[in-house]
Design a protein around this ligand. Sequence first.
Ligand code: C2E
Ligand code: MG
Ligand code: MG
Length: 699
Amino acid sequence: MGQISAIALRRPKGLAARAVLFACVLLIVTAVLSAATVMFGAQRESARHQLHVTQGLAIHLGTVAGDLLAAGDMHSLGVMAEQTASRSEVERLAVYDSSGAVIVQSGGTEAETNATAAVAARILETREVAYERAAGGLAIGAPIVREGQLVGVGVIMWDGMAYRFAALPALAPFLLILACLVIAAIPITSHFVRRAVAPLDTLAEFAERIAENGEAAPIELRTGDEFETLATAFNKMIGRLDASMRQIQEIAYVDPVTRLPNHDRFVREVDHAIMQQREAGAGAVAVFELQRLPRLLQTLDPDSSRDFLRVVAERLVASTRTVDRVVRLRSQQQQAALPARLGAAEFAVFVPDLASQGEAARFAQHLNAALNQTFEWRGHKLTLGACCGVALAPRDGRDAETVIRHARMAMGAAQNSPARVKVFTQSLDREAVARVTLEREMRGALERNEFRAYFQPKINVATGRVEGCEALARWIRPDRTIVSPGRFIPVAEESGLIGALSDAIMREACWKAAAWSRSGYPAKVAVNVSALQFRSDRFADQVLRVVQHAGLAPSQLELEITESVVMEDPDRALRIINPLKEAGIRLAIDDFGCGHSSLAALSKLPFDVIKIDQQFIRALEQGDEQAAAIVDMILALSRTLNMEVVAEGIERREDMEFVASRGCHWVQGFLFGAAMPAAEFAEVLRRQAGEEIDSEDAA
Ligand code: C2E
Ligand code: MG
Ligand code: MG
């Protein structure tokens, strides 16, 4: 990480270098240009000066020559020409008369002679001073005028360099100073450029920090220029981005109702804790299901639901805060426990740093007890039926999802345990795997029609005859082994397969009962109804359709619904059973006595039969007087409500005699026969009919 940032920050500082180079080049070019301009100006000035001086000399020559010509002193003219021409700067000297003929001349090459002649010719024409630059130098001439008459021309050819101004030596100090200035200006420029560019560096570093880890402290630039504007804009932009990020995080990771962390956030935190403390053991995840909460929320309007959920969340948070008073944590600098809402009625708490499994169980019990305490809310007293599963990290999973899944598995097992709290064990996992396998096998078995109805005889106490039966599901595997419903019914209910399974049993039971009636051995058939079937709105229609298809008299069918399912919602039960009742189907409350029936509800529900739960018969066997009293009470109640009573699970003659003596109408149990295949049961009916005929014959 450190290496990455070092690489990222080692960026080329090219801008400052380029700015310095540019400034220096500009400086040098300016210096050179100004030196060149000065030199050029000096050169031009020098040429003008040369012309001016030589012009003056030429005019002077013309005047002197004119005087000598007027005096006719040709000798002096010749001497003057000789002397003048002998000077080093004079290349040639010539005096012409008014016709252009040479009067006196001295020195010069042919080219110089031609040049002076050309100048003389021009002056004779224009009568003005003229000059011409030739290879040898500058030929300049002046008219010789006497009394207004042009009498001749004097031309002198000067060396090109004569009277020239020596510009370079003159400008040398100036150029030297310029060079020194340039040399001194380079570091100064570099310094100022770097200073000017420094805020840009700060901005660039700031941008890099943001790109690298997404956060940076606000940037401070007080330059009073565009850099400051840019820095302020950056700060504002980052501020807005931060706010947006916080908002996004909130939407993504916080439950909007309770403000608790949601499932995703919880998973992240637990994963993080597991990563941090892999070796030491990270902590415990407790998942809570509030079983009565969904139904309760259904009865509330949305605002009240949210309000109540917040009350529940507050209690969870408050008891989570006191968790360190209940359990021992491994380290002193403990991290806070994290409560979260995982689903509609599912909460969770993660305690990092728990010392042991025992501590985890205690902590879960503490929280579960808090959630199970009655909520006094808006004048109502509400209990939520919380149960809790605990899993330890990393013992029960190396990632959060696995730990949570195992905690949920433990929670499933806790639903049936008296303490309502369970710590995950490997055997739970094995059970879960076995359940999944069983579920898969059941799907195949349903397709292959391996679920069959077996029939247990029911004896009418008044006649002592088999006049009915209860259809009980059996799974007959291809190897002829028989699986009892105790194993597959719970899995079928959990997986939703119970619907298809119960339909199959219902169909078989109805068809078989109709066939027995047609053969002249009528028997009532009782079919068990699962909780899931009973909750379906289409249940009554489906039953009526099966009865009609089978051609069974509705009064021959009895539906057994367990007490707990009926009492869950008596109004709804009434709505569902009414059409069945109207069609003539009989209705029985199964396993009566172990649920929480309300007498008021019971009196309103049009049930025909009560089946006393087997546990009371078992208790009778053990001489339990209370059980006898309860059986008595149920029988008295049924008389009042005009219902028939079935005692099931009768294994001993004494029990049969006891219930019969108290007015029980029907008995069922191993004493009279276990559940048997349809053919066998038909045989029982047939044999019973045969015996009757025999006894009638004997009479
Ligand atoms: P249940 O409806 O109360 O059925 C009575 C259970 O008691 C049956 O167990 C029966 O075999 C057993 N039993 C009968 N007589 C005696 C006895 O004398 N002594 C003892 N110890 N047991 C006796 P089974 O067949 O194992 O069924 C268990 C439960 O599974 C049933 O209880 C019923 O709730 C459910 N079940 C069975 N078949 C179906 C079905 O087709 N659909 C649904 N939804 N549930 C079914
Ligand atoms: Mg039953
Ligand atoms: Mg029963």
